[in-house]
Design a protein around this ligand. Sequence first.
Ligand code: AMP
Ligand code: FE
Ligand code: FE
Ligand code: ZN
Length: 279
Amino acid sequence: MIDLHTHTRESDGTCSPQELVEAARRAGLEALGITDHDTFAGYEQAVPLAREAGLPLICGIELSTAWGSPKEKSVHLLGYFIDAPPPPALLDRLGQILTSRRDRNRRLALKLQSLGCDIRIEEVEAMGRSLAGRPHFARLLVAKGYCKDISQAFREYLDESAPAYVQRDEPAFEEAVALTNQNGGISSLAHPVRLGKRNLEEEEKLVRRMAGMGLRAIEVWHSDHSPADEQRFLAYARKYGLKVTGGSDFHGGAKPGVRLGVGAGKLRIPRDVLEQLRA
Ligand code: AMP
Ligand code: FE
Ligand code: FE
Ligand code: ZN
């Protein structure tokens, strides 16, 4: 059993890198990919721990990218096997993304205050470590009783169409693909089921365009995918010459229904996915 899509508390997961490596070993994983949003901090801390545990560890990252107009939902892109240590050009761009995120977070905190929520930027940053984001705002809104759960927090305050929404600088999809490919990485379209297209023709057209922009892989196995989704994405991979990836998108306590390796219970990621990615 392998899992190539997981998050630590260095982005919006809740496990430390050490807890994640331990949980991976307990779950019997044969390989673990760490794909924190916008940062390698969790992966880097996990390297010596995984080595000690005899657990093959794969370097990854997840970037939110802009597709179409700024009001559109962002498209998530995974990057695997980026050169180590990460090249300066990539680190510089991640630095810019982080700066814009911090600035967005400050404005978002002020907007929430103006809407009557006592949420201070210091609290959010303490929770978010390397990378504070909307999921941390959501957890605080729940913890302080302004919302009953995370999805209400997004619906009423944080979503693209909600009153506290503040835009941040996201790389364009094509730029993020190039940034990954040019730095030795394999770019993979994360959880394509969330592209949210109205029909399957539109979805396929989108994947075809992305492949034309240099996308190199597609996440076929994911906790949110049904068996029919897996079959469809596998067919796109064959048709458009994409490699395949898979992972649970484990976030620890932030997504309690998703377990390492098995997702909501039925996830099975073929082991040879990793060999083919490496080939
Ligand atoms: P940020 O990068 O800080 O703007 O936050 C984006 C993250 O928030 C995404 O990576 C998702 O994990 C999460 N997110 C976005 N919309 C929702 C939602 N409606 N419910 C739960 N999580 C969400
Ligand atoms: Fe996340
Ligand atoms: Fe994602
Ligand atoms: Zn993810």
